[in-house]
Design a protein around this ligand. Structure first.
Ligand code: DAH
Length: 342
Protein backbone atom coordinates (compact mmCIF):
# COMPACT_ATOMS: atom_id res chain seq x y z
CA UNK A 1 0.00 0.00 0.00
CA UNK A 2 2.87 2.34 0.82
CA UNK A 3 4.51 1.46 -2.46
CA UNK A 4 1.40 2.54 -4.30
CA UNK A 5 1.27 5.77 -2.40
CA UNK A 6 4.89 6.50 -3.35
CA UNK A 7 4.23 5.91 -7.03
CA UNK A 8 1.23 8.18 -6.88
CA UNK A 9 3.30 10.96 -5.29
CA UNK A 10 6.12 10.50 -7.79
CA UNK A 11 3.71 10.68 -10.72
CA UNK A 12 1.97 13.73 -9.29
CA UNK A 13 5.27 15.51 -8.78
CA UNK A 14 6.55 14.83 -12.22
CA UNK A 15 3.28 16.06 -13.72
CA UNK A 16 3.49 19.26 -11.73
CA UNK A 17 7.21 19.74 -12.46
CA UNK A 18 6.53 19.38 -16.17
CA UNK A 19 4.20 22.35 -16.09
CA UNK A 20 6.68 24.74 -14.42
CA UNK A 21 7.56 27.66 -16.68
CA UNK A 22 9.21 30.24 -14.48
CA UNK A 23 11.63 30.71 -11.63
CA UNK A 24 8.87 31.82 -9.28
CA UNK A 25 6.70 28.81 -10.19
CA UNK A 26 9.70 26.57 -9.44
CA UNK A 27 10.15 28.04 -5.97
CA UNK A 28 6.40 27.70 -5.35
CA UNK A 29 6.71 24.03 -6.33
CA UNK A 30 9.57 23.64 -3.88
CA UNK A 31 7.50 25.13 -1.07
CA UNK A 32 4.52 22.94 -1.95
CA UNK A 33 6.54 19.73 -1.86
CA UNK A 34 9.38 20.18 0.56
CA UNK A 35 8.35 23.27 2.52
CA UNK A 36 9.22 22.88 6.18
CA UNK A 37 5.71 23.45 7.50
CA UNK A 38 3.27 22.19 4.94
CA UNK A 39 5.28 20.46 2.21
CA UNK A 40 3.58 17.34 0.86
CA UNK A 41 6.67 15.20 1.41
CA UNK A 42 7.29 16.76 4.81
CA UNK A 43 3.78 15.71 5.85
CA UNK A 44 4.41 12.24 4.51
CA UNK A 45 7.59 11.97 6.61
CA UNK A 46 5.61 12.85 9.70
CA UNK A 47 3.36 9.79 9.19
CA UNK A 48 6.37 7.45 9.45
CA UNK A 49 6.15 7.31 13.24
CA UNK A 50 2.77 5.61 13.08
CA UNK A 51 3.97 2.73 10.97
CA UNK A 52 5.27 -0.58 12.23
CA UNK A 53 9.08 -0.65 12.44
CA UNK A 54 9.52 -2.90 9.37
CA UNK A 55 7.27 -0.95 7.11
CA UNK A 56 8.64 2.28 8.47
CA UNK A 57 12.17 1.29 7.54
CA UNK A 58 11.38 0.33 4.00
CA UNK A 59 8.96 3.20 3.35
CA UNK A 60 11.33 5.65 5.02
CA UNK A 61 14.17 4.72 2.69
CA UNK A 62 11.98 5.03 -0.38
CA UNK A 63 10.46 8.28 0.80
CA UNK A 64 13.97 9.68 1.28
CA UNK A 65 14.88 8.55 -2.21
CA UNK A 66 11.80 10.33 -3.58
CA UNK A 67 12.71 13.43 -1.58
CA UNK A 68 16.18 13.38 -3.20
CA UNK A 69 14.61 13.10 -6.64
CA UNK A 70 12.25 15.98 -5.89
CA UNK A 71 15.07 18.17 -4.50
CA UNK A 72 17.23 17.36 -7.50
CA UNK A 73 14.53 18.16 -10.02
CA UNK A 74 13.64 21.43 -8.31
CA UNK A 75 17.30 22.47 -8.11
CA UNK A 76 17.61 21.71 -11.80
CA UNK A 77 14.54 23.81 -12.61
CA UNK A 78 15.72 26.71 -10.45
CA UNK A 79 19.21 26.75 -11.85
CA UNK A 80 17.84 26.51 -15.39
CA UNK A 81 15.63 29.56 -14.93
CA UNK A 82 18.38 31.39 -13.01
CA UNK A 83 20.81 30.82 -15.83
CA UNK A 84 18.28 32.04 -18.34
CA UNK A 85 17.64 35.18 -16.29
CA UNK A 86 21.36 35.88 -16.06
CA UNK A 87 21.81 35.37 -19.79
CA UNK A 88 18.95 37.76 -20.52
CA UNK A 89 20.42 40.32 -18.17
CA UNK A 90 23.78 40.05 -19.89
CA UNK A 91 22.16 40.74 -23.24
CA UNK A 92 20.16 43.62 -21.83
CA UNK A 93 23.14 45.24 -20.19
CA UNK A 94 25.64 44.59 -22.88
CA UNK A 95 28.11 47.40 -23.39
CA UNK A 96 29.64 47.83 -26.79
CA UNK A 97 33.07 49.21 -25.97
CA UNK A 98 33.78 49.83 -29.63
CA UNK A 99 31.03 52.48 -29.97
CA UNK A 100 32.32 56.05 -30.41
CA UNK A 101 31.95 58.32 -27.33
CA UNK A 102 29.19 60.87 -26.97
CA UNK A 103 30.50 64.41 -26.96
CA UNK A 104 29.46 66.41 -23.91
CA UNK A 105 28.65 69.96 -24.81
CA UNK A 106 29.82 72.38 -22.18
CA UNK A 107 27.84 75.49 -21.27
CA UNK A 108 28.94 78.94 -22.35
CA UNK A 109 28.52 82.35 -20.81
CA UNK A 110 25.86 84.56 -22.35
CA UNK A 111 27.29 87.36 -24.54
CA UNK A 112 25.80 89.94 -22.18
CA UNK A 113 27.51 88.25 -19.25
CA UNK A 114 30.80 88.23 -21.15
CA UNK A 115 30.45 91.93 -21.91
CA UNK A 116 29.42 92.75 -18.34
CA UNK A 117 32.45 90.87 -16.99
CA UNK A 118 34.81 92.78 -19.27
CA UNK A 119 33.32 96.10 -18.15
CA UNK A 120 33.49 95.09 -14.49
CA UNK A 121 37.10 94.00 -14.83
CA UNK A 122 38.15 97.38 -16.20
CA UNK A 123 36.40 99.42 -13.52
CA UNK A 124 37.41 97.11 -10.69
CA UNK A 125 41.03 97.60 -11.77
CA UNK A 126 40.42 101.35 -11.40
CA UNK A 127 39.29 100.87 -7.80
CA UNK A 128 35.53 100.63 -8.29
CA UNK A 129 33.37 98.19 -6.37
CA UNK A 130 30.30 96.50 -7.78
CA UNK A 131 26.93 97.51 -6.35
CA UNK A 132 23.54 95.95 -6.70
CA UNK A 133 20.05 97.32 -6.25
CA UNK A 134 16.46 96.14 -6.52
CA UNK A 135 14.71 95.93 -9.88
CA UNK A 136 11.41 96.94 -8.28
CA UNK A 137 11.57 100.47 -6.98
CA UNK A 138 9.59 103.17 -5.28
CA UNK A 139 9.09 106.62 -6.80
CA UNK A 140 11.71 107.91 -4.39
CA UNK A 141 14.54 105.85 -5.90
CA UNK A 142 13.18 105.87 -9.44
CA UNK A 143 12.56 109.59 -9.68
CA UNK A 144 12.43 111.89 -6.65
CA UNK A 145 15.94 111.29 -5.33
CA UNK A 146 17.25 111.51 -8.90
CA UNK A 147 15.86 115.02 -9.21
CA UNK A 148 13.33 113.94 -11.82
CA UNK A 149 10.41 116.41 -11.52
CA UNK A 150 6.82 115.13 -11.11
CA UNK A 151 5.97 116.36 -14.60
CA UNK A 152 8.82 114.52 -16.31
CA UNK A 153 7.70 112.23 -19.18
CA UNK A 154 9.87 109.38 -17.88
CA UNK A 155 7.40 109.07 -15.01
CA UNK A 156 4.45 108.43 -17.29
CA UNK A 157 3.03 104.95 -17.52
CA UNK A 158 3.73 105.15 -21.24
CA UNK A 159 7.43 104.85 -20.53
CA UNK A 160 7.64 103.16 -17.14
CA UNK A 161 6.23 99.76 -16.25
CA UNK A 162 4.23 100.25 -13.07
CA UNK A 163 3.10 97.49 -10.76
CA UNK A 164 -0.29 97.53 -9.03
CA UNK A 165 0.94 98.87 -5.72
CA UNK A 166 2.54 102.08 -6.98
CA UNK A 167 5.94 100.47 -7.31
CA UNK A 168 7.64 100.33 -10.70
CA UNK A 169 10.28 98.32 -12.51
CA UNK A 170 13.37 100.52 -12.58
CA UNK A 171 13.84 102.15 -15.96
CA UNK A 172 17.52 102.94 -15.38
CA UNK A 173 20.32 101.71 -13.15
CA UNK A 174 20.72 105.30 -11.90
CA UNK A 175 18.51 104.18 -9.00
CA UNK A 176 21.51 102.29 -7.59
CA UNK A 177 23.36 105.62 -7.20
CA UNK A 178 20.92 106.44 -4.42
CA UNK A 179 21.20 103.05 -2.72
CA UNK A 180 24.99 103.18 -2.94
CA UNK A 181 25.20 106.64 -1.35
CA UNK A 182 22.80 105.60 1.40
CA UNK A 183 24.85 102.50 2.15
CA UNK A 184 28.26 104.13 2.22
CA UNK A 185 29.54 107.62 2.69
CA UNK A 186 31.93 109.30 0.25
CA UNK A 187 34.54 108.97 -1.02
CA UNK A 188 33.04 106.20 -3.10
CA UNK A 189 33.47 104.63 -6.52
CA UNK A 190 30.92 102.11 -7.66
CA UNK A 191 29.56 100.54 -10.78
CA UNK A 192 26.16 98.89 -10.89
CA UNK A 193 25.37 96.59 -13.80
CA UNK A 194 21.84 95.27 -14.08
CA UNK A 195 18.53 94.91 -15.84
CA UNK A 196 16.26 97.82 -16.60
CA UNK A 197 12.73 97.87 -17.99
CA UNK A 198 10.92 100.22 -20.30
CA UNK A 199 7.56 100.18 -21.98
CA UNK A 200 8.94 99.61 -25.46
CA UNK A 201 7.75 97.54 -28.38
CA UNK A 202 10.50 95.04 -29.21
CA UNK A 203 12.23 95.58 -32.54
CA UNK A 204 15.73 95.07 -33.93
CA UNK A 205 17.18 97.73 -31.63
CA UNK A 206 14.77 97.75 -28.66
CA UNK A 207 13.69 95.31 -26.00
CA UNK A 208 11.47 96.12 -22.99
CA UNK A 209 14.18 94.66 -20.75
CA UNK A 210 17.84 95.39 -21.28
CA UNK A 211 21.09 95.90 -19.39
CA UNK A 212 22.87 99.02 -18.29
CA UNK A 213 25.90 99.68 -16.19
CA UNK A 214 25.86 102.69 -13.95
CA UNK A 215 29.00 104.39 -12.67
CA UNK A 216 29.26 106.78 -9.74
CA UNK A 217 32.22 108.48 -8.12
CA UNK A 218 31.81 110.91 -5.22
CA UNK A 219 34.71 112.64 -3.55
CA UNK A 220 36.06 116.10 -2.80
CA UNK A 221 36.74 118.39 -5.80
CA UNK A 222 35.65 115.98 -8.52
CA UNK A 223 35.57 117.67 -11.92
CA UNK A 224 34.45 117.07 -15.46
CA UNK A 225 38.10 116.36 -16.21
CA UNK A 226 37.94 113.31 -13.93
CA UNK A 227 34.89 112.05 -15.79
CA UNK A 228 36.54 112.52 -19.17
CA UNK A 229 39.74 110.87 -18.01
CA UNK A 230 37.86 107.90 -16.57
CA UNK A 231 35.67 107.22 -19.60
CA UNK A 232 38.64 107.84 -21.89
CA UNK A 233 40.60 105.16 -20.04
CA UNK A 234 37.61 102.83 -20.14
CA UNK A 235 37.15 103.02 -23.93
CA UNK A 236 40.88 102.54 -24.54
CA UNK A 237 40.85 99.40 -22.42
CA UNK A 238 37.62 98.19 -23.94
CA UNK A 239 38.01 99.03 -27.62
CA UNK A 240 41.72 99.54 -28.14
CA UNK A 241 44.49 102.02 -27.17
CA UNK A 242 43.80 104.39 -30.08
CA UNK A 243 40.14 104.95 -29.13
CA UNK A 244 39.13 108.61 -28.64
CA UNK A 245 36.11 110.08 -26.86
CA UNK A 246 33.85 113.01 -27.64
CA UNK A 247 31.51 114.76 -25.18
CA UNK A 248 28.35 116.40 -26.46
CA UNK A 249 26.34 118.69 -24.18
CA UNK A 250 23.07 117.09 -23.13
CA UNK A 251 20.48 117.10 -20.40
CA UNK A 252 19.71 114.65 -17.61
CA UNK A 253 17.84 115.69 -14.46
CA UNK A 254 20.39 114.02 -12.16
CA UNK A 255 23.54 115.60 -13.62
CA UNK A 256 24.67 119.17 -14.19
CA UNK A 257 26.35 119.66 -16.55
CA UNK A 258 25.35 116.60 -18.58
CA UNK A 259 26.96 115.07 -21.62
CA UNK A 260 26.46 112.30 -24.12
CA UNK A 261 29.67 110.42 -24.71
CA UNK A 262 30.80 108.98 -28.03
CA UNK A 263 33.91 106.95 -28.81
CA UNK A 264 35.74 106.61 -32.11
CA UNK A 265 34.59 103.54 -34.04
CA UNK A 266 36.50 100.38 -33.04
CA UNK A 267 36.04 99.02 -36.54
CA UNK A 268 37.21 101.85 -38.82
CA UNK A 269 39.04 104.02 -36.26
CA UNK A 270 36.91 107.03 -37.19
CA UNK A 271 37.02 106.98 -40.99
CA UNK A 272 33.39 105.89 -41.24
CA UNK A 273 32.01 102.42 -41.88
CA UNK A 274 28.90 100.29 -41.69
CA UNK A 275 29.21 99.81 -37.90
CA UNK A 276 29.33 103.54 -37.07
CA UNK A 277 26.93 104.35 -39.92
CA UNK A 278 29.58 106.41 -41.65
CA UNK A 279 30.03 108.92 -38.81
CA UNK A 280 33.23 107.51 -37.32
CA UNK A 281 31.65 107.78 -33.81
CA UNK A 282 29.62 105.38 -31.67
CA UNK A 283 27.43 106.40 -28.76
CA UNK A 284 28.65 105.15 -25.40
CA UNK A 285 26.03 106.58 -23.02
CA UNK A 286 25.02 109.48 -20.79
CA UNK A 287 27.10 111.14 -18.12
CA UNK A 288 27.67 114.26 -16.11
CA UNK A 289 28.50 115.75 -12.74
CA UNK A 290 26.12 114.62 -10.02
CA UNK A 291 23.39 117.24 -9.48
CA UNK A 292 23.57 118.90 -6.02
CA UNK A 293 19.92 117.91 -5.43
CA UNK A 294 20.83 114.24 -5.81
CA UNK A 295 23.53 114.61 -3.16
CA UNK A 296 21.10 116.44 -0.90
CA UNK A 297 18.53 113.65 -1.28
CA UNK A 298 20.96 111.30 0.46
CA UNK A 299 22.21 113.91 2.95
CA UNK A 300 25.61 114.50 1.36
CA UNK A 301 26.70 118.13 1.50
CA UNK A 302 27.21 119.39 -2.10
CA UNK A 303 29.47 122.13 -0.72
CA UNK A 304 31.88 119.50 0.53
CA UNK A 305 31.48 116.74 -2.03
CA UNK A 306 30.98 116.48 -5.77
CA UNK A 307 30.87 113.55 -8.14
CA UNK A 308 30.39 112.24 -11.62
CA UNK A 309 28.08 109.59 -12.93
CA UNK A 310 27.51 107.73 -16.17
CA UNK A 311 25.19 105.12 -17.59
CA UNK A 312 26.16 102.81 -20.43
CA UNK A 313 24.09 100.34 -22.42
CA UNK A 314 25.54 96.83 -22.28
CA UNK A 315 23.23 95.40 -24.95
CA UNK A 316 24.13 98.12 -27.40
CA UNK A 317 27.82 97.41 -26.87
CA UNK A 318 27.13 93.71 -27.40
CA UNK A 319 25.15 94.37 -30.55
CA UNK A 320 27.96 96.43 -32.05
CA UNK A 321 30.93 94.37 -30.94
CA UNK A 322 29.38 91.10 -32.04
CA UNK A 323 27.85 92.72 -35.11
CA UNK A 324 24.30 91.53 -34.38
CA UNK A 325 21.65 92.76 -36.73
CA UNK A 326 18.87 92.15 -34.23
CA UNK A 327 19.28 92.76 -30.51
CA UNK A 328 16.41 90.38 -29.73
CA UNK A 329 18.79 87.52 -30.49
CA UNK A 330 20.19 88.25 -27.03
CA UNK A 331 16.92 87.29 -25.37
CA UNK A 332 15.65 84.34 -27.36
CA UNK A 333 17.97 81.77 -25.80
CA UNK A 334 18.55 79.98 -29.06
CA UNK A 335 21.47 77.68 -28.28
CA UNK A 336 22.72 77.85 -31.87
CA UNK A 337 23.22 81.58 -31.39
CA UNK A 338 24.49 81.48 -27.81
CA UNK A 339 27.13 78.81 -28.31
CA UNK A 340 29.11 81.03 -30.68
CA UNK A 341 30.39 83.24 -27.85
CA UNK A 342 33.26 82.70 -25.49
N1 DAH B 1 20.11 106.88 -16.81
C1 DAH B 1 20.35 107.41 -18.13
C2 DAH B 1 19.54 106.59 -19.16
O1 DAH B 1 19.06 105.57 -18.84
C3 DAH B 1 21.80 107.30 -18.46
C4 DAH B 1 22.63 108.18 -17.63
C5 DAH B 1 22.87 109.49 -18.01
C6 DAH B 1 23.14 107.76 -16.43
C7 DAH B 1 23.64 110.33 -17.27
C8 DAH B 1 23.94 108.60 -15.67
C9 DAH B 1 24.18 109.88 -16.10
O2 DAH B 1 24.48 108.22 -14.52
O3 DAH B 1 24.94 110.70 -15.35
O4 DAH B 1 19.40 107.07 -20.25
Amino acid sequence: MEAERLEQLRAQFSAEAAGIDSESAASALRDRWTGRKSGLLTAEMKTLGKLSPDVRREFGLQLNALKDEVDGRIAELLSGFGARREAEQLVRERIDVTLPGRRQSSGRLHPITLMRERIEEIFVSMGYTIEDGPEIETDFYNFDALNIPPSHPARSSQDTLYLENGLALRSQTSTVQIHAMQRRRPPLRVIAPGRVYRRDTPDATHNPMFFQVEGLLVDRRVTLGDLKGTLGEFVRRMFGPGTRTRFRPSYFPFTEPSAEVDYSCFKCGGAGCRICKGSGWIELGGSGLVHPNVLRAVAIDPEEFSGFAFGLGIDRMCGLMYDLDDIRLLYENDARFLEQFR
